[in-house]
Each structure stands twice: as C-alpha cells, then as structure tokens.
Ligand binder design. Sequence first.
Ligand code: SAM
Length: 246
Amino acid sequence: VAFGYRRVAEGEKQGLVNEVFARVASRYDIMNDLMSGGLHRLWKDDMVAWLSPPKGPAPYAVLDVAGGTGDIAQRILQAAGRNCRMTLCDISPDMLAEGRRRMQQTGFARRCRFSVGNAEALPFPDRSFDAYTIAFGIRNVTHIDRALAEAYRVLKPGGRFLCLEFSEVDIPGLDALYDAYSFTAIPAIGKIVTGDGAPYRYLVESIRTFPNQEAFKAMIAAAGFSRATYRSLSGGIVAIHSGWRI
Ligand code: SAM
C-alpha cells in the first residue's frame, strides 16, 4: 500500500502513520496554523456549519474519528445544544491525550468520551451515533473502504457522515503554486518547528495519493451512503464530503 510515495507492506503502514503522529502530537496545533496560514480553522468551522448540529434539548451523539487534538469536537459542542455528547476516537494515545488536555481546559471534557481505536475497526456497537465526523484523518487509514463501512455501521439510520480532507486543487495556476509550497515549504517549516521534516514529507505525499473529490464521493456512495455530495473549499485544497445513512 502507499505510504506517501513509498510502497510499504500492508501491515506496516499504520505503524508508520502512528510514529508520525506520536512525534508531532505536542506541536500539532501550531504546525496546523503555520502550514495552513490559519485556514484550517475556517475549514473546520465550515464542516461544523454544514453539520449544523441541533441546538434543541434532544440528545445528539457525535463520533469524531481521528479526533486528535479535539478541534472538531470543541467546535461541535460550541455549536450544539447542551445534550450533545461527543466521542473522540483516535488510534494515537498521544494525540488523544492532547485532546483530553485541551477539552479539560475549555471545560467541555465532561461532555466527551475518549476512546483509542482504529477507524477501520471501531470499538462501538452498530447504530450508536447521530453523526460521524472525520477531519484530516481518513487519508491516513490503510483501507479507506473499511473505514467508510465502519462509519456506516456505527451510524443510526438517518445519521450523517461528514469528512474534511485535502483534495484536488482545481484552479489553474494555484496547483503549481500549491505544489511548490507543499513540497518545499511544509517540510522546511516542519523541520524548524519539530526538528524533523520527514513526517511532513509523508503528510504532503499522502495528500497527493488520496482520491480526488469525485473519486472519493463514489467511494462514499459505494459504502452505502445516500445523497453523497461534496463542497470544495479554497480552490479544492480541501473538500468536505457528506453522506446520509438512510
Ligand atoms: N481531526 C484532527 C484535526 O483535524 O486537527 C486531527 C487530524 S490528524 C492530521 C490525523 C489523526 O488521525 C491523528 O491524530 C492520527 O493519530 C489519526 N489516525 C491515523 N490513523 C488512524 C486510524 N486508522 N484510525 C483512527 N485514527 C487514526
């Protein structure tokens, strides 16, 4: 399977991905801001706006997979009614610990559960959640189709799937600029801030090998989701995909 541009044995990829995130966990937020010029905040706001979690008193259970540092969970809890409950699931205990620490700081931790788990084999029963979100996570999993099947399985009928992920730049001119920026500047910033550029080379390469908007939409539909659709943001640098379990 692809690990960035390298080919690695299927069983090897997740371990390599885990090493990347264990290494960057404590600097993860500042790196996001530096590398995206703060744009990741707007993209995450857009995803939560599209989810538009109910503000009323009805219970609403959201699973945020690859929940890392709690960025998505925090936004959802801010936007939703008081009976919204978040479950953060991440394969990296280091990223999850960072998330717990931050949710405690913001006072949202009592409405959160933290669970170490793999997107490809979620440790939750069928039909448990009203919504499933995943931001900048799915391109790290070894089998995207298995992760989508798991998302479908744990959603209740009527449940919503939303995924924020890097995608294909579709503005002529911006693509060349974006290439130059990502292949040179991002590993360089990574090296300065974390002392190691290699994890960031992987991150950039994994963006290029991820399916584009239409291909990913087809995968979501193939997993059984209805009304699969997407919105491209910032010229396609990222896209938000949506689907419903009917
Ligand atoms: N969602 C957060 C955000 O948007 O800031 C974190 C995104 S971070 C780029 C990717 C996260 O995916 C890391 O925390 C990593 O540990 C997690 N991850 C990687 N492979 C995973 C898997 N197979 N299952 C669950 N989480 C995984």
